[in-house]
Design a binder for this molecule. Structure first.
Ligand code: ATP
Ligand code: MG
Length: 359
């Protein structure tokens, strides 16, 4: 919630939900109950509406649309369960019976690391990181494939392809099980590009069979051919990000060092927790990369400190804000080829080295 909004509701304290339209209250309460059941942390299970801060309740409302999209089956089952009014231990028992089976990735034969670069906030440097980390991993003699899962196709454009001219994109692989449309050896890395057609998949996937696993399926051949597959997510919590998390072994989270930087983080972590709770229980957080950092400003320093204190996981060194990034992407070059002496080049190399140590 923005500070402006907080100012609009000065008298509202923790647990006060008078600002929520009355018609939405049952839905909010229901989602709190559902979240309590799905959340892997036991403390979340007894939470009531009054235990939520205003910000948390706002997050919950924001979450509604994404939730309906990819948990609708669970909701149907829970509604059915709720009408049975099962209580206490019996409740846990009946839930374990009705929750769809966990797909176990333990037997995943691949050695490849599939790293999804994810943050629903726009413009935090996801595509830039995907391209540059991919380049450095390839420089370390790894076989690297980049997947563009954003209909905006920034990664595709940064890599020098013209999205509108592409006949085949990741869309056909996800929606029609066609082979990945791989463009090989762009500065040492391969790319499965996207274009605006992928926005159609957002809607088409809602009713698609086995939708959660569509990208995982599409990558099933590639996992034997590449050491690293980096997936660039769109700036949303929608189904394209969700299936990218389901397909991944790790998630990498860029966060801009801005005073609002941690605002969306709870929602982001909740989405990861939900993916870990069911369709991809082996998903690991590779770490957080603070981005666009302005070390000379007080605000930048404070934001970096709060990211470092957030305990989300490994916090990588901060990537500085610099116009060279926009210049490099305009020239369709990784930063290391645009300006080899730029301080961020050594940093990307260091982060790529850390990704090699992931287990
Ligand atoms: N460290 C940086 N300093 C300054 N500008 C940067 C930095 N990293 C990326 N940029 C620029 O910021 C813009 C947004 O970056 P990018 O497209 O990588 O973000 P994104 O998170 O992928 O955005 P979206 O959410 O829209 O997909 C681009 O013009 C890029 O060149
Ligand atoms: Mg992007």
């Amino acid at each position: 919630m923005s500070e402006k909004k907080a100012g609009r509701k000065p008298s509202i304290g923790r647990g006060d939900s008078r600002w929520i339209p009355a018609s939405l209250l049952p839905l909010v309460d229901f989602l709190i109950a559902v979240e309590g059941v799905l959340n892997p942390y036991p403390t979340a299970r007894s939470k009531k509406r009054k235990d939520y801060s205003v910000e948390e309740l706002e997050d919950l409302l924001n979450w509604v649309s994404a939730f309906w999209l990819y948990e609708s089956e669970t909701i149907d089952r829970l509604l059915h369960w709720k009408s049975l009014k099962v209580e206490g231990e019996a409740k846990d028992y009946s839930l374990s019976r009705i929750t769809p089976p966990i797909i176990n990735n333990d037997n995943n034969p691949t050695m490849s690391k599939i790293i999804t670069v994810f943050n629903q906030s726009g413009g935090v440097g996801k595509s830039t990181l995907t391209m540059n980390l991919g380049y450095h991993l390839a420089q370390h003699e790894h076989r690297v494939l980049l997947i563009d899962m954003d209909p905006q196709a920034s990664l595709t454009a940064f890599m020098g392809l013209e999205p509108f001219e592409l006949k085949k994109t990741i869309y056909e692989s996800v929606m029609a099980s066609e082979p990945l449309p791989i463009h090989t050896d762009i500065y040492g890395v391969d790319l499965a590009p996207a274009n605006i057609n992928l926005s159609g998949a957002e809607l088409e996937l809602v009713v698609a069979d086995m939708r959660d696993y569509r990208l995982k399926e599409a990558l099933s051949e590639a996992v034997n051919q590449y050491d690293y597959i980096l997936i660039d997510c769109p700036p949303s919590l929608g189904i394209l990000s969700y299936i990218s998390l389901v397909a991944a072994t790790h998630v990498l989270i860029p966060i801009q060092t801005h005073y609002k930087s941690l605002k969306g983080t709870e929602l982001l972590l909740r989405t990861i927790a939900r993916v870990k709770a069911r369709p991809n229980k082996n998903l690991k957080i590779a770490g957080v990369i603070p981005t666009m950092h302005e070390a000379r400003t007080v605000q930048g320093g404070m934001a970096l400190q709060s990211i470092q204190a957030s305990r989300i996981g490994t916090i990588f060194p901060a990537v500085p804000r610099s116009v060279s990034f926009a210049d490099a992407s305009q020239e369709h070059l990784p930063l290391a080829l645009h300006n080899p002496k730029h301080p961020a080049v050594a940093l990307f190399n260091e982060i790529a080295g850390s990704l090699e140590a992931l287990v």
